[in-house]
Design a protein around this ligand. Structure first.
Ligand code: PLP
Length: 506
């Protein structure tokens, strides 16, 4: 301890007419940590500051650090002033010394290196830039029903309103009992076996739970089979979780159904699970029971966990029935994902769920991990949970949209007809959801760069689609159209696309 430090500190403060609070404020301006109690301790002689604080005090008080520490031969405050050392002026932060160190740059984590989510990627950024310039862009790129005039049923809005005051606290981390009971009963109707209320987890959309499940499941070096084309969140989350997504082909020539031989050929000793997206985004395919049974066979032979993304299961057309793959696999461990975003047009409310089913005994440890992650995020959005019971019970209004005369049905018919009649375009008729995934003849258009195609279409015709590459689909010349906009908008978009394809070549 330097005997004179506290005295000299007080003396210098008096000379400059600075109170403790002033110095504390000046320190904060300079980004120096200095609390009032700390300063009091310096003044009472109990402690002395570290080097950085000492040099701040010296500079703020217009003295040298050596003088503060009591050195006899150090310049006095007067001498300092004569040498015109500019003191720190109160309230005006001093200019920081230029550092000779190169400026530190902050980069994204390398975990994101192989992560792709182009549905909201650079082409969309360009669309936003164009909109900022006042250009009207026809957006056929995101499966978000509300902006296209699909209204949430009044009953649902009213029920949420009425329950809002009861939804202020966190719920059970899995979700409200009433919501999970309704989901459990829904699962029962779909024949999903061995699902208890405790096996259901609500999430802020299925998206949150896809990420949660992948984090709980994947280890470095683990492989999971994911469809190609896929909804890219699956590949992204498996990759982020440290695993490897191995893509199996869905075959365009077979209605975009998964190619079972390809699935088999991709299984390795490291394969732990398989993702099945049915009905499918981006193809709109609905898989028949026989295809699902064959997938279950592969999963059974190789002891895989099945991750079934069935968020579009209530948006099926042509009188077809959706079959839950978990209902065919009571002896396997399955996780089925679903939600209200699409079926009830409430994508913004953020409510989805996952149900654990089948042979849960083999997944005890995994379930522990899922519980831990579920607890860590406390719970999902509670007001949105409060409408699950209303939505899943009673008449499903969305059914009216899916039959002749209904908007989704008629819009599909229109877009399919138009695309089928365009020269060089082939397209499979979707049976569910609201997506269509056309192919451009490689001999005619010579597309080698999907993103460039999407960008050129946007710039020339102001139509925004998502390129096939965005769905982890390797072959160039494919793209996804969302046919949610009203018919007159689709009409305009199809005219523009047709016009573009009449001259565009790569
Ligand atoms: N799964 C698929 C196949 C999807 O297409 C989407 C959204 O587009 C989701 C999951 C995510 O849905 P949610 O809004 O419940 O997060």
């Amino acid at each position: 301890m330097h005997a004179d430090f506290s005295a000299r500190l007080g003396q210098a403060m008096d000379k400059r007419g600075l109170r403790q609070a002033d110095l504390v404020r000046m320190a904060a301006n300079e980004g120096v940590k200095l609390g009032k109690s700390q300063l009091s301790q310096y003044l009472s002689g109990k402690t002395e500051p570290r080097k950085a604080t000492l040099s701040f005090l010296a500079s703020a008080l217009g003295v040298s650090a050596e003088w503060l520490l009591g050195a006899a031969d150090a310049p006095t405050p007067q001498e300092m002033r004569q040498r015109e050392t500019p003191p720190v002026s109160f309230n005006t932060p001093t200019k920081k010394k230029e550092s000779t160190m190169p400026r530190r740059q902050f980069k994204k984590s390398s975990k994101l290196d192989n992560v792709l989510y182009d549905i909201r990627g650079p082409v969309l950024d360009e669309a936003y830039r164009m909109e900022d310039q006042g250009i009207h862009v026809l957006k056929l790129n995101i499966g978000n029903p509300a902006p296209f005039g699909f209204r949430t049923p009044d009953e649902v809005v009213k029920d949420m309103q009425d329950q809002l005051t009861e939804c202020e606290g966190y719920s059970n981390s899995r979700g409200l009992f009433s919501a999970r009971k309704a989901i459990m009963q829904y699962d029962q109707l779909k024949g999903i076996p061995n699902v208890d209320v405790e096996d259901i987890y609500t999430g802020n959309g299925a998206s949150e739970l896809i990420q949660l499940a992948m984090n709980a499941f994947m280890d470095e070096g683990d492989e999971i089979l994911v469809p190609s084309p896929d909804y890219p969140l699956w590949t992204a989350c498996a990759t982020l979780a440290g695993g490897t997504a191995v893509h199996y082909i869905c075959d365009e020539k077979a209605n975009w159904y998964p190619d079972i031989d390809d699935i088999r050929s991709k299984v390795t000793p490291r394969t732990k699970g398989i993702v099945v997206i049915n009905p499918n985004n981006p193809t709109g395919a609905l898989y028949p029971r026989e295809v699902l049974e064959q997938i279950v066979d592969v999963a059974r032979e190789n002891q895989l966990v099945i991750f079934a993304d069935e968020i579009y299961d209530r948006l099926v057309m042509d009188g077809k029935q959706h079959v839950s793959i978990a209902s065919l696999a009571p002896d396997l461990f399955c996780i089925t994902f679903n939600g209200l975003s699409k079926s009830h047009m409430v994508a913004g409310y953020r409510i989805g769920w996952m149900s654990l089913s089948g042979n849960k005994r083999i997944a005890k440890d995994l379930i522990d991990g899922i519980n831990m992650l579920s607890n860590m995020r406390l719970c999902s959005n509670v007001p949105a949970q409060s409408i699950v019971q209303t939505c899943l019970g009673g008449i499903q209004r969305s059914q009216g949209l899916l039959v002749p005369g209904g908007r989704i049905y008629e819009q599909r018919e229109y877009v399919y007809e138009r695309l089928s009649n365009m020269d060089g375009v082939t397209v499979t008729k979707p049976e569910a959801a609201f997506y269509i995934f056309p192919r451009l003849d490689p001999d005619k258009f010579h597309i080698t760069d999907d993103d460039q195609f999407a960008l050129d279409l946007l710039k020339d015709e102001h139509v925004l689609i998502t390129a096939g590459k965005g769905f982890n689909w390797e072959k160039p010349g494919y793209f996804r159209i969302v046919y949610l906009p009203r018919k007159h908008t689709l009409h305009e978009a199809m005219d523009k696309l047709e016009d573009f394809l009449s001259y565009y070549r790569q």
